[in-house]
Unconditional design. Structure first.
Length: 79
């Protein structure tokens, strides 16, 4: 079993966050408007794959083919 974690956008991702997601997480954070307080990420695991979701609804995950995917929680994942 893998446990999730939370961290604040702009901080170094915790060790539990796969390195393959770091670049895309940083790209999402670079596009965030300045604000107080900064949003937080939540890392969970679905079918053994990491899912990082920002409070704003941006989701960064790894698809079945191993590619890093960025989407918003109101987008249909299976479209």
């Amino acid at each position: 079993m893998q446990l999730g974690t939370r961290w604040t956008a702009g901080d170094q991702p915790p060790a539990a966050v796969p390195a393959s997601l770091h670049e895309q997480l940083a790209a999402v954070e670079a596009d965030l408007p300045p604000g107080n307080p900064p949003p937080r990420w939540t890392l969970t695991w679905l079918e053994g794959r990491p899912v990082a979701e920002l409070d704003s609804g941006v989701i960064v995950t790894i698809d079945r083919d191993g590619a890093v995917v960025v989407r918003h929680d109101d987008e249909d994942e299976f479209a």
